[in-house]
Design a protein around this ligand. Structure first.
Ligand SMILES: [Zn+2]
Length: 79
């Protein structure tokens, strides 16, 4: 159990948080990404707002959807 990058159980992207992710925050930094590019952060219930605000104040946040919704929506998602 030393590998943190298994994709079996998506974990919240908040620093130090090990909770299972429930939300996907899709974002884009116009300085380094092309407009159609989407980076994603995962968030648990507790950190969704915090992470959304972090991206929101920078103008990076594009979309917030549930993990289930994101996975069913998108094989086209950025990997
Ligand atoms: Zn969290």
């Amino acid at each position: 159990m030393s590998d943190e990058t298994t994709d079996e159980t998506p974990i919240c992207s908040a620093k130090g948080c090990r909770a299972a992710a429930v939300w996907v925050l899709a974002w884009n930094n116009p300085k380094i990404h092309t407009p159609e590019r989407r980076k994603t952060w995962l968030a648990c219930e507790e950190h969704r707002e915090h992470l959304s605000q972090f991206l929101g104040v920078r103008g990076f946040l594009k979309d917030v959807v549930t993990l289930a919704e994101w996975e069913s929506a998108g094989s086209a998602a950025d990997r």
